[in-house]
Design a protein around this ligand. Structure first.
Ligand SMILES: Nc1ncnc2c1ncn2[C@@H]1O[C@H](COP(=O)(O)OP(=O)(O)O)[C@@H](O)[C@H]1O
Ligand SMILES: [Mg+2]
Length: 335
């Protein structure tokens, strides 16, 4: 059975067979190789996988923020409330960005401009997207800084980004992203660069704001511990494809793909109170320059057999809302 599609009004984002390539002198990198998933209204979807597996390129493809000269989405659809974003004009797309879909990054300076005060930047986003007056927008900026729990917001609106700490800048970026009440927030490793205590605070903040505003969140991270704490559903990516998708509860209780299992073994052990990484998965993510024959995880997989090296497994439903792309899924779950 193929993967069941969720249809109906609760689907906010519906990505189908998304394919994005990078082009450089004579070679093509298949960064995203046919990815399909959905984000439902108000839910938090986790996107996990090792560095280089296509998480960021997937989100940049959705928002059409890829480098124009080297990258191109060559196939698929990105339906947001039924409209294919890939078909919109640049002007229409600008209205979607920030207004309907906002994005936060690992490095807040990707979004914050160093030469303007934080308050002015948030206010400007509010003015553009909501048509509020300058005074209303500045009041909104202050309110947003208060909402993301920045102390002394009436003073902080006048700060330049460099006058804030890393954690505070991250909060300011979240404030800016949420100022126009987007329906979808894409958070790409928003806490990776921060120390562990601040990370936990920022995560809590995103979860609280999400609960308060009903914004759906696509949470990209390489940390499965973060997913366990924040997400309802999860997709696991490997080498530009989705290898497993399930509810978070089911994924942790019953991981089926050998790659997901290996990722779970390498979750940092926080219970010991320090960032201790368990043994990493041996081997490296394959080059995306050659077309994959068979399963791209096969060279690193302890269970790989002949069929894995010859035929590419497709994502198949294995139970209620749990799909996996592995020829040996059932053996893995019982192992
Ligand atoms: N600017 C770029 N130029 C060329 N290739 C890139 C670029 N950015 C990403 N890629 C390719 O796309 C793949 C996926 O990258 P990315 O989505 O950033 O991974 P992730 O976010 O999962 O760490 C990388 O392995 C790399 O091959
Ligand atoms: Mg990334």
């Amino acid at each position: 059975m193929q993967v069941q599609e969720i249809t109906g009004d609760d689907v906010l984002l519906d990505v189908r067979n998304l394919e994005t390539h990078f082009f450089s002198e004579g070679s093509v990198t298949r960064a995203v190789g046919g990815v399909s998933f959905q984000v439902r209204k108000g839910e938090t979807l986790g996107v996990v996988g090792e560095s280089g597996c296509g998480k960021s390129v997937t989100s940049l493809s959705i928002l059409r923020l890829l480098p124009k000269l080297t990258a191109r989405t060559v196939g698929g659809e990105v339906r947001f409330r039924g409209r294919d974003l890939l078909k919109l004009s640049e002007g229409e797309m600008r209205k979607i960005r920030g207004d309907k879909i906002a994005m936060i990054f690992q490095d807040p300076m990707t979004s914050l401009n160093p030469v303007y005060t934080v308050g002015r930047q948030i206010a400007e986003a509010v003015e553009i997207h909501t048509g509020a007056s300058r005074t209303e927008a500045l009041a909104k900026a202050e309110e947003m800084l208060r909402l993301v729990r920045i102390a002394d917001p009436e003073r902080r609106v006048k700060n330049y980004p460099h006058e804030m700490s890393g954690g505070m800048r991250q909060r300011a970026m979240i404030a800016m992203a949420l100022a126009c009440s987007p329906e979808l927030l894409i958070a790409d490793e928003p806490t990776t660069a921060l120390d562990v205590t601040i990370q936990a605070q920022i995560l809590r903040l995103i979860v609280d704001l999400k609960e308060r505003t009903g914004t759906a969140v696509m949470f990209i991270t390489h940390d499965l511990g973060v997913v366990a704490e924040t997400c309802q559903r999860v997709i696991v990516m490997y080498a530009g494809r989705i290898v497993e998708q399930a509810s978070a509860v089911d994924l942790f209780a019953r991981p089926m793909h050998p790659y997901t299992k290996a990722l779970m073994r390498s979750v940092p052990d926080r219970r010991r109170g320090k960032e201790r990484r368990l043994p990493e998965i041996p081997g490296i993510v394959p080059s995306l320059r050659e077309a994959v024959i068979g399963c791209s995880f096969a060279p690193r997989c302890p269970r790989a057999t002949k069929v894995c090296r010859e035929k590419t497994p497709v994502l198949e439903e294995q139970g209620q809302d749990h799909a996996v792309a592995c020829w040996h899924a059932h053996e893995v779950v019982s192992a």
